[in-house]
Design a protein around this ligand. Structure first.
Ligand SMILES: *Cc1c(COP(=O)(O)O)cnc(C)c1O
Length: 420
């Protein structure tokens, strides 16, 4: 189907939007209306991913590849784990880098591998606050014709995140930037704005505003909602730990596509621009503050522009709440002691917000998106739960490799020199 920038302008085919990442006018691509309702839904996650994505790809040059792209990217499960009562977790951390971003990054890589002309050197340039860089690096690792350049803020990711980012090697180069995540993002933006640099290295973007990452995230919400329905738990409501609002927006699209999803509640950390916008109607971006849930330390959530373009009344479509680091710590400890489940700090934001909803009398079946595996944040989690957190096998494999990240000054000339 054809898609359009949130700021207007020409319609482009979906595959063009996926190849470009962001629209030339600075807006974000979005289908102007939803495609016809998909279905039949299929019986497992890959089948449901293909079913929910197919209408978006109708008539597109990627349509013939859709099944292959889904098969390559949905290679691990997204199981639902019901806890006590009607609360559950949607576990999105069973991929190669143990965070939900594996789904989107792998689907994007599968699409780009079919869109980028063969023989042209292509560089995927990505800034990361911790999880994106590893997911993107893993998705493109050893893919012919691609190299990946990852920028992360030195000293501001967890020790295991840092090791993971530097552990790929081969076609992946990792830089630890002297600066904040905002500095890394600015560097990437400046690199893309430099057309000569972009042409010379075939720069492509893999950040979370790409529709190639956003759309496939609908699949696990579809799968979980249909599973809940099959066991008499429809409609299911979701709490989504949120930073840039990519994951939460995908949940909204899944509901619009006709899946049995009830309320959607966004959970943020102390970076509470979204809850305040939804409460007051005023959008006031600010510099991010560091929290225990570092992948959600976002002061200007990029996908908010999509929410505003899509919904005449955003506050009627989603609500949001926020928690501080003390609540994150208390929730991690409580979930382990009382519910027998160990969660990462991001998932803890979601559980804390759900606990507040329950305390306010909220009923029904609720799932919290468990966005990362707790073993990625063991320095926070282990002291709170009082025992080591077993490391999942894919993460173990990465941690066993030697890691290497080169220092980089937060300035474009320094980056340009290293790209050459
Ligand atoms: C990226 C990330 C988030 C935030 O997701 P958005 O799509 O930016 O809202 C939450 N938790 C974890 C573990 C992440 O890596």
């Amino acid at each position: 189907m054809m898609v359009q920038s949130t700021r207007g302008g020409e319609m482009v085919p979906l595959s063009v939007a996926i190849a470009r990442g962001q629209a030339a006018d600075g807006g974000l691509y979005l289908p102007p209306r939803l495609p016809p309702r998909p279905g039949p839904w299929g019986l497992d996650l890959p089948a449901r991913a293909a079913a929910v994505l197919r209408p978006f790809f109708a008539g597109d040059e990627l349509a013939v590849w859709l099944d292959d792209c889904v098969r390559e990217s949905f290679t691990f499960p997204a199981p639902v784990r019901w806890l006590d009562g009607d609360d559950g977790l949607l576990e999105l951390f069973h991929g190669p880098t143990a965070a939900f971003k594996d789904f989107g990054a792998r689907f994007l890589a599968a699409c780009l591998a079919r869109l980028v002309p063969a023989g042209r050197p292509t560089t995927v340039l990505v800034a990361t606050s911790g999880d994106t860089g590893a997911a993107v690096a893993a998705a493109f690792h050893r893919r012919r014709g691609f190299r990946v350049v990852v920028l992360y803020p030195d000293g501001r990711v967890s020790p295991r995140q840092a090791h993971q980012l530097g552990a790929f090697g081969d076609n992946v180069t990792t830089f630890r930037v002297a600066g904040s995540f905002d500095d890394c993002q600015r560097l990437v933006k400046e690199a893309f704005a430099d057309h000569e640099l972009g042409r010379r290295h075939g720069l492509v973007s893999a950040n979370s505003i790409s529709l190639g990452r956003l759309l496939p995230q609908m699949a696990y919400y579809a799968n979980a909602a249909l599973e809940a329905e099959a066991c008499g738990r429809a409609p299911v409501h979701f709490v989504v730990p949120t930073g840039n609002l990519g994951n939460g927006f995908a949940c909204l699209l899944a509901r619009e596509a006709g899946l049995p999803i009830g309320r959607i509640v966004l959970a943020t950390n102390r970076n509470r621009v979204l809850p305040e916008f939804l409460r007051t109607g005023r959008y006031e971006p600010r510099a991010s503050v560091a929290t225990l849930a570092n992948a959600m330390d976002v002061g200007a959530p990029s996908n908010l522009e999509r929410l505003r373009a899509r919904c005449a009344d955003p506050a009627a479509a989603v609500t949001a709440d926020w928690v501080d680091d003390d609540a994150i710590r208390a929730t991690i400890a409580d979930a382990a002691a009382r519910r027998g489940v160990v969660v990462c700090p991001h998932t803890a934001c979601g559980l804390a917000v759900l606990a507040r909803l329950r305390a306010g009398g909220e009923r029904g079946h609720w799932l919290v998106a468990a966005t990362a595996h707790p073993a990625k944040f063991e320095t926070v989690v282990e002291p709170l739960v009082g025992h080591p957190v077993p490391v999942p096998a894919p993460l173990q494999a990465l941690l066993a490799r030697p890691a290497r990240a080169e220092p980089l000054e937060a300035a474009l000339p320094a980056l340009a020199a290293r790209l050459a």
